[in-house]
Design a binder for this molecule. Structure first.
Ligand code: ATP
Ligand code: MG
Length: 274
């Protein structure tokens, strides 16, 4: 049974893409079959995995989504790229901005991405969707397609207002489109251990949203090495295997996998008792 996770936060530069890369490759290293989906017109995920000119790719997520909208056929592996560290990627690029505009006039516009993911997800244990920094139509599509959401939050920025909006949007998607949607938790990123910001933010999140949100135990440290990986086309595990950021992403991956395992066990029991 596959699990679809959206990495979402409408605030830019909080570590969504870096987390998609290192969680995806971390899960693959632990034996899971992983598909990463670049649902951001900036194409940063595609670029960070070494496909450096996302806008020149012949087939990308935009191509496939427009086929879904037009009800045109596509091959199951159409447009998928393979990364040497053991994951598949559905690349994204600037063409997604045009798709986002045309979604507005499309029937079932919130579930176009879900329809695509439903046709490929059985080949994977995890599908991770890297969202763009907005709560627009592509992000709604990602939330509609997902089983759960992970919210990366930059530790030295008070997320209060943005967090409320994100929770409201998630709740609305759950009520209207995707009743099974859950929030796995908030991941604190770019934590500067020389300051107390992360502790403060973590305290505020637990105080204000503790009934709705978990905060992952693992915190990702601020790391120049982590920042460098996007230009290298590889994960932190290859770039700086013994560094603190690699250790943190490994521990975070384990937390995500544990949540996934619990869900699988629950599902098996439910299937068995039917
Ligand atoms: P956007 O909203 O634009 O899609 P994002 O939320 O996907 O951004 P990233 O692109 O992952 O965020 O990260 C923003 C910047 O911070 C990038 O330059 C990245 O290399 C850097 N960065 C990510 N994680 C860390 C870290 N742990 N320590 C230092 N720099 C980091
Ligand atoms: Mg990004």
């Amino acid at each position: 049974m596959s699990k679809v996770i959206a990495l979402a936060n409408q605030k830019g530069g909080v570590g969504k893409t870096t987390t998609a890369v290192n969680l995806g490759i971390g899960l693959a290293a632990r034996g899971e079959r992983v598909l990463l989906v670049d649902a951001d017109a900036q194409g940063n995920l595609t670029d960070s995995l070494g496909f450096n000119e996302p806008d020149n790719l012949p087939v990308s997520l935009a191509t496939i989504l427009s086929k879904v909208m037009l009800e045109e056929p596509y091959k199951p592996n159409e447009g998928l790229l393979h990364h040497v560290e053991g994951i598949d990627l559905m690349p994204g690029n600037i063409e997604l901005s045009a798709i986002e505009v045309s979604l507005v006039n499309t029937m079932s516009r919130e579930t176009i991405l879900r329809r695509y993911i439903n046709t490929v997800k059985n080949a994977y244990d995890y599908v991770l969707i890297d969202c763009m920094p907005s709560l627009g139509m592509m992000t709604i599509n990602a939330l509609a397609a997902a089983d759960s959401v992970i919210v990366p939050v930059q530790a030295h920025y008070l997320p209060a207002k943005g967090m409320t909006q994100l929770l409201q949007t998630t709740a609305r998607v759950r009520r209207q489109i995707n009743p099974k949607l859950t929030i796995d938790g908030v991941l604190l990123t770019m934590v500067d251990t020389r300051t107390n910001f992360a502790k403060d933010i973590s305290f505020i999140l637990r105080r204000d949203y503790g009934d709705k949100l978990c905060v992952f135990n693992t915190e990702i440290p601020l790391s120049i090495r982590a920042a460098e990986t996007s230009a290298k086309g590889k994960s932190i595990y290859l770039h700086d295997p013994n560094g603190l950021a690699a250790k943190a992403y490994e521990a975070f991956t384990k937390e995500v996998q544990d949540i996934g395992e619990k869900r699988r066990t629950k599902q098996h029991k439910a299937d068995f008792s039917r």
